[in-house]
Ligand binder design. Structure first.
Ligand code: FES
Ligand SMILES: [Fe+2]
Length: 327
């Protein structure tokens, strides 16, 4: 997992005031809660006193209270009260919880996962999603390392096979390019699949210039993916690592075509159903891939059209190496 990055960990709409949840993200057990002043806290879910799970605790005066002996912690992990010592007692320095910088943005709860605590970067997000876009979505758990889940959505060869009954109809098995264009936060992929009439696929540098508003895929490191269908309709997925073997997908459809409530609900319902069918077609294959994690050097024979996957692996490795060198 890539350190010192912002990660989506929860759907903000699901975390109501006073709610406390225990979650596993990035191989760590975390307690996430929303205070009565609407701020959100995320700290290690193991009380530093005697190891109780704080996610069984309560929100009290904008702190989380341990269910075992009532010790209270703030969003920053600092201990505010040890009831057994009395409210006027000093708090020993050793009483604190590991805390994660937390932000609520774009309808998600994000944590900054890493060592860095000051001068945190901006939360990375897609510039083409504006406040006028409505969204609906769902979560989907995959028992697989996040690299395989991400690579599946960067894979442009699988459509006529895995999705032969849905988005891959038409047997367009020749993959021109694809054209992978670097952006400041990741890359975009432009695809042109065709029927095989004996022609040679175009090389990436022979691909036509992308047209404005052409359908394409966007990827932002470490784990945000978008299928840009039109400026008014797109799909987003956050591939959130749970641990080395599990990934939680937060899928959303954003649109600004319909805002009549009943029609919008109908559109959401149909689109979510269709997206789940497509996702399950992918999942069936990905969950059986071996090994369960991809890497820069591995025993696979890749073809020209796998170029986005190669790009992903190279840039991921670069980020891993950069973080390795950090104190
Ligand atoms: S274990 Fe948390 S207060 Fe004792
Ligand atoms: Fe797919």
């Amino acid at each position: 997992m890539i350190k010192n990055q912002w990660y989506v960990i929860y759907d903000a709409r699901k975390l109501k005031k006073g709610a406390v949840v225990g979650i596993k993200r990035l191989s760590e057990k975390l307690v996430l809660w929303r205070n009565t002043d609407n701020t959100v806290g995320c700290i290690a879910d193991k009380c530093c006193h005697r190891g109780a799970s704080l996610s069984q605790g309560y929100v009290k005066d904008n702190h989380i209270q341990c269910p075992f002996h009532g010790i209270e912690f703030s969003n920053d992990g600092s201990c505010q009260l040890i009831p057994a010592n009395g409210k006027n007692a000093n708090i020993p320095e050793t009483f604190f919880q590991k805390a994660y910088p937390t932000q609520e943005k774009h309808g998600f709860i994000w944590i900054f996962w890493g060592n860095q605590k000051e001068q945190l970067p901006e939360i990375p997000f897609f510039d083409n999603i504006d406040a006028k876009m409505h969204y609906a979505g769902f979560e989907n758990h995959w028992q697989m390392h996040y690299t395989r889940c991400i690579e599946n959505q960067l894979d442009v060869l699988h459509l006529p096979f895995v999705h032969r009954t849905t988005i891959g109809k038409g047997n367009r098995t020749i993959i021109n390019g694809p054209n992978t264009v670097m952006t400041d936060k990741g890359f975009n992929i432009y695809i042109k699949n065709e029927l095989d009439n004996g022609q040679k696929p175009l090389k990436p540098n022979e691909m036509p210039e992308p047209l404005p508003n052409q359908q394409h895929l966007k990827f932002i490191f470490p784990n945000l993916w978008q299928n840009f269908l039109t400026p008014k309709l797109l799909i987003l997925i956050s591939f959130t690592p749970v641990d080395e073997d599990n990934t939680l997908l937060f899928l959303r459809m954003y649109q600004k075509m319909v805002n009549i409530p009943l029609l919008e609900q109908l559109l959401n319902f149909l689109m979510m159903k269709y997206n789940l069918i497509i996702l399950n077609q992918d999942k069936r294959i990905v969950l059986k891939q071996l090994p369960n994690k991809s890497d820069i050097h591995m025993d696979e024979r890749l073809v020209m059209a796998d170029q986005p996957i190669i790009k992903y692996r190279q840039l991921r490795q670069q980020l891993l190496d950069e973080n390795e060198k950090m104190p």
